[in-house]
Ligand binder design. Sequence first.
Ligand code: TXA
Ligand code: MG
Length: 342
Amino acid sequence: MPAPLVRVDPTQPEAAAIGEAAAVLSSGGLVAFPTETVYGLGADALDARAVARLFEVKGRPADNPIIVHVASPTDVDALATHVGATARVLIDRFWPGPLTLVLPAAPVVPEVTRGGLPTVAVRMPAHAVALALIAAARRPVAAPSANRSGRPSPTTAQHVLADLGERIDLVLDAGPAPVGVESTVVDVSGTTPVLLRPGGLPLEALQAAVGAVALPAPGAAATARSPGTRYRHYAPRARVVLVEGRPDAGERVAAAVRRLWDEGLRVGAMVTSEGAAGVPAGAVVRVMGPRAAPEVIAANLFAQLRELDEAGLDAIVVEGVAERGLGRAVMDRLRRAAAGAG
Ligand code: TXA
Ligand code: MG
């Protein structure tokens, strides 16, 4: 039986629905809920058994830690042994919001939540439903994205049901998640902040607030600090072909579509508004948004990947975008989707 889906107002969530969901969390259950980035699958972060079930249900490797969500900036002090000056600046500026901070973990955080690391990732989401749920549960809430491991993150309650409906206890449905890509993850446990995952808060905003932010080169050192980046991610069933480079992107998308047709494949395309004109008739097309509005493209990204996947295509050609603002997170997810399906 699929989990019950409870509709809730995105800005003024009904107390009864929140109370019901909080009771599920308090008894060790799993609740999917909206955040401003994507839907999360929540468990009581301090209940090792509940968090272990999270890993099992998602099919998530045990060494990939889970973000702990809080309802107030001061809640971080119970979860971390030390919150440095840079972390304080980032919290003041960007919480609630799509920014996750990696800090030295306090002993109260179970090892399973931390994936065995000495650090804990903490974020305060900017979504009334998420905040009301965490406050009502009176517990920090561990929540990975509510997809099966390796699939695109869910931006609607329907995506959650499609991936995990049979395996979880409740879904709060408040409509589409507005940002559409997951939070930016920054390690502030050392002296210089390190970007572990580009996301909903642009790198440019971080740099404006705290100056230098280290960008680890892809490879072994980076994956050791950010375990999640080591696994197959965001991959639909169809093969994703990413066309990088901008000026002639439209023509190159068209060429890639024809080449895949020549292989006898059923082909779809995700393109910018500017790139749409060049796509040959006969391909299933989704327009992501204008090149100048990466936030629109981010909001459409995962939903369109899922839609095209459901259309039963063999391959999806995607036009790359400039790595500015949310374009950096969009390209990170697309590169992983393309690598995962290869
Ligand atoms: O926007 C988001 O961040 C969403 C919503 C639900 O809040 N959550 C999310 O969780 O994307 P998840 O589990 O799909 O991704 C969490 C990322 C992973 O790459 C994980 O490895 C990393 O955060 N992470 C968690 N704890 C960490 C830690 N202690 N050190 C380094 N990376 C950590
Ligand atoms: Mg995820």
